[in-house]
Design a protein around this ligand. Structure first.
Ligand SMILES: Cc1ncc(COP(=O)(O)O)c(C=O)c1O
Length: 380
């Protein structure tokens, strides 16, 4: 009954845990969620005010498919900060970074092509690649190297068309350094491969500096840079992301957008203009709170004997729980016995089977309580 295309995609393994967590919540249990992928802060007031103003002014109709000109202009200026020279015409506004990634994969990949994913990687890359009919090729990264990829030349074939990278990264919080990005860029140039650089956690960085691979020599013409408002400005529900790409690819992405969603929500786009052009100190406030939470979480896990490195970005810790069972078993046990929801690491690629992803996008009080519960169940 269903298409082959949709049958290629598995339901997310994370859903099993979140379904169970919701059942427990409905039955009145106090579940602590370390599985969320979104900031728990409110969207800053000036952004909400700009969207409300747009509503009051009747800006409630379709916008140009690629986004309102003022927002595309603001995004082009923002890309300049990343060393990417783009004009408003080189920018597309999408319904979340996720739509940009989906459109890019469908625009570039053919049946039988291969796409390199650094393992572990965010759950939706694999699905986007498979939707496009291509094959994900997992390149394992090593926890001892901070989940930073090594030379991966041996994985390149004449079918390799795309490399997907994500720094700062979900689920590990790894931040790729300049040498790593240069190594990836050199492979991409030598073998004529496109790069999709997902930079949605760009602003949530504690150590190191964010670098955009598109700013490296010779990379502009082969990179799709994706970013969004969800993580930096606590705007997950607004569904707004954006991308810049070589013109042919951008046109292809726009075609998909025109025939699927038409455009991003009109008044949300006006809020996004305020996000980019207004004061940026709201980000610093959120990042400093995330840093305190990271330290609390990592110190707590270390004191229980887990050997987790201190992530340099995003708001997740990827923890090897192998001594207590595989990631799925431990996640189920923590949920059923401690009422703590974490995400099984296998959802992020084959190397994550013995890991769980713990998100610290929740208050310090809840983190302390959750750590205590984990300790009581696993360590005692
Ligand atoms: C690495 C990564 N990329 C993209 C997204 C999607 O972001 P958006 O809300 O902008 O679609 C997420 C969301 O969790 C993410 O973790």
């Amino acid at each position: 009954m269903l298409s082959e295309r949709v049958n290629r995609i598995e339901k997310s393994a994370t859903l099993r845990i979140s379904d169970l967590a919701n059942q427990l919540k409905r039955s009145g249990k106090d579940v602590i969620s370390f599985s969320v992928g979104e900031p728990d802060f409110a969207t800053p007031q000036h952004i909400m005010d700009a969207a409300k103003k747009a509503l009051d002014e009747g800006k409630t109709h379709y916008t140009p498919s690629a986004g309102i000109p003022e927002l595309r202009e603001a995004i082009a200026n923002k890309f300049k900060e990343n060393g990417i020279s783009a004009s408003a015409d080189d920018v597309i506004v999408t319904l979340g970074a996720k739509q940009a990634i989906f459109e890019a994969a469908l625009s570039i990949l053919n049946e039988g092509d291969e796409a390199i994913l650094f393992d572990p990687a965010w759950v939706s890359y694999e699905s986007c690649v498979k939707f496009a009919g291509a094959r994900p090729v997992w390149v394992r990264t090593d926890e001892k190297r901070g989940f930073i990829p090594n030379d991966f030349l041996e994985f390149i074939t004449d079918k390799t068309k795309l490399i997907i990278l994500n720094t700062p990264g979900n689920p590990t919080g790894a931040v790729f350094d300049e040498n790593t990005l240069k190594m990836i860029a050199d492979i991409a140039k030598d073998y004529n491969i496109f790069v999709l650089s997902d930079e949605v956690y760009e602003k949530i960085i504690y150590e190191g500096t964010h670098l955009s691979i598109a700013s490296f020599n010779g990379m502009h013409e082969r990179t799709i840079t994706v970013n969004g408002f969800s993580k930096a400005y606590a705007m997950t529900g607004w569904r707004l992301g954006y991308a810049t790409a070589p013109p042919e690819i951008l046109d292809a992405m726009l075609k998909i957008q025109q025939h699927s969603t038409s455009c991003a929500t009109s008044f949300a786009q006006y809020g996004a203009v305020a996000a980019l052009t207004g004061a940026q100190d709201c980000i610093a406030g959120m990042v400093s709170e995330f840093r305190a939470r990271r330290d609390l979480m990592v110190n707590g896990l270390k004191s229980m004997g887990f050997e987790c490195a201190r992530p340099r970005g995003a708001f997740y810790v990827f923890v090897n729980v192998g001594q207590y069972g595989d990631g799925m078993c431990v996640a189920e046990r923590l949920l059923n016995e401690a009422y703590v929801a974490v995400t099984p690491g296998g959802a992020f690629g084959p190397s994550g089977a013995n890991y769980v992803r713990i998100s610290y996008a929740t208050s310090q009080a809840r983190i302390s309580e959750g750590l205590e519960r984990i300790k009581n169940i696993l360590v005692r």
